[in-house]
Ligand binder design. Structure first.
Ligand SMILES: Cc1cc2nc3c(=O)[nH]c(=O)nc-3n(C[C@H](O)[C@H](O)[C@H](O)COP(=O)(O)OP(=O)(O)OC[C@H]3O[C@@H](n4cnc5c(N)ncnc54)[C@H](O)[C@@H]3O)c2cc1C
Length: 365
């Protein structure tokens, strides 16, 4: 027998779980499915949480690996070989492991009344039916929170992302004792811009709890046949990071800003599925959660009050589209600065600015 729900959410990452929580809190019958036993199990991520997240969500203590109070940007070039600038945040950011973070968000959605079904791959969306490896489920609304290769986006008529719209990224989790982390990296996240290593991309070191997350991201069309894992190995050697490798994962990120429409008929898309990832550096968790809140509420007003589902599209654009405009300008500026060999010079100048320590504008959004 086909089971019926108000909302079926495909994908239980940050976008899916936040949508599920908001919809369940508003009294809807919600089913959330994920192809993995638990969301986050196979998700590649640096685990960086923008200050908005610890400030606005009551996260369990053991989900946070480390509170982060700043960012250090490092650039290497020919004229200036090593430029470095550090920013301080007015509210703490954090680092996490997705395997714990995503599960925690899914648990909260379940506490609020959503049903969770793991190891369930959605194969196709047909009208109001989701065809999965565990049978067919029906709902009034179907939400695609299923990442960059979303099958719900496909059912809505969106083509796959083009290579020039995607970045590829890989991340290692590497062991390092906390004393060494504190001495070398402190409580800051480190981003490295090194044209010799990678173009139109960057490397990172994010400190955790007795471990680091080290990785590299690059626009797909600028990889020129290079192997991201080998480049990351080279970067780790260069930075003298040689602890035990705990995990290695890779993934894709849409870097072109949101899809033209994110609601159609009885379907909507949210998070990476909708291209909600920030195009400047590929930060996506904060956006996925912000849009998930809007999606969950709009599902409720659609099911309970008959409000059009397109209100979701209108509402998030009205509230947040300006952030994508800013990020896209940031991305253009980065590309220009890199092409003109200006990144190390720019950072050097920035490091002379007496106000550089204040990054509170970022912590407020
Ligand atoms: C290497 C790397 C590092 C990153 N680092 C950061 C960072 O430090 N901070 C940050 O904010 N962002 C980071 N991002 C981006 C961030 O991971 C994403 O933007 C974020 O995960 C988007 O959340 P989401 O819920 O939309 O999608 P996802 O987290 O991708 O969740 C999608 C879920 O859907 C499930 N799924 C997919 N297809 C199906 C299907 N057909 N049926 C059932 N289930 C399905 C998946 O199993 C998954 O659990 C990084 C990305 C990469 C690749």
């Amino acid at each position: 027998m086909t089971k019926k729900y108000d909302v079926i959410i495909v994908g239980a990452g940050p976008a899916g779980s936040t949508t599920a929580r908001a919809a369940a809190e508003n009294g809807l019958k919600v089913l959330m499915i994920d192809k993995d036993s638990f969301a986050g199990e196979n998700t590649a991520c640096a685990g960086g949480l923008a200050p908005f997240i610890p400030a606005n969500y009551r996260l369990k203590k053991d989900v946070i690996m480390r509170y982060i109070d700043g960012a250090v940007l490092v650039a290497r070039g020919k004229i200036i070989q090593n430029a470095k600038v550090d920013f301080k945040f007015s509210k703490p950011a954090a680092t996490t492991r997705r395997i714990y973070f995503d599960r925690h968000l899914a648990d909260i959605a379940v506490e609020k009344g959503a049903e969770y079904m793991g190891k369930t791959l959605a194969k196709e969306v047909r009208g109001n039916e989701v065809h999965t490896t565990k049978g067919v489920f029906k709902a009034k609304v179907i939400v695609g929170a299923d990442g960059p290769s979303s099958i719900v986006a496909k059912a809505m008529g969106h083509p796959p992302w083009k290579p020039e719209e995607l970045a590829l990224a890989v991340a290692y989790e590497v062991s390092m004792p906390n004393e060494e982390i504190e001495e070398r990296f402190g409580n800051s996240i480190w981003l490295y811009f090194d044209k010799e290593l990678i173009q139109h991309g960057y490397a990172w070191v994010f400190p955790g709890n007795n471990m680091l997350n080290v990785g590299l991201a690059c626009m797909q069309t600028h990889l020129n046949g290079k192997n991201l894992q080998k480049l990351t190995d080279r970067f780790m050697k260069q930075e003298n990071i040689n602890g035990k490798i705990l995990t290695f994962k890779g993934g894709a990120l849409p870097m072109c800003g949101p899809r033209k429409y994110t609601a159609k008929g009885n379907m909507l898309i949210v998070g990476d599925a909708a291209g909600h990832t920030g195009p400047a550096i590929g930060e996506g968790i904060r956006y996925a959660m912000k849009m998930g809140e809007v999606a969950g509420r709009c599902c409720a007003s659609h099911v309970k009050l008959g409000a059009p589902l397109e209100n979701y599209d209108r509402e998030w654009r009205k509230k947040y589209y300006w952030m994508y405009r800013v990020e896209k300008w940031g991305q253009k500026f980065e590309f220009f600065a890199e092409r003109a060999n200006l990144v190390p010079i720019g950072l050097k100048l920035l490091s002379l600015n007496p106000f550089r320590h204040d990054a509170s504008w970022w912590t407020e959004i």
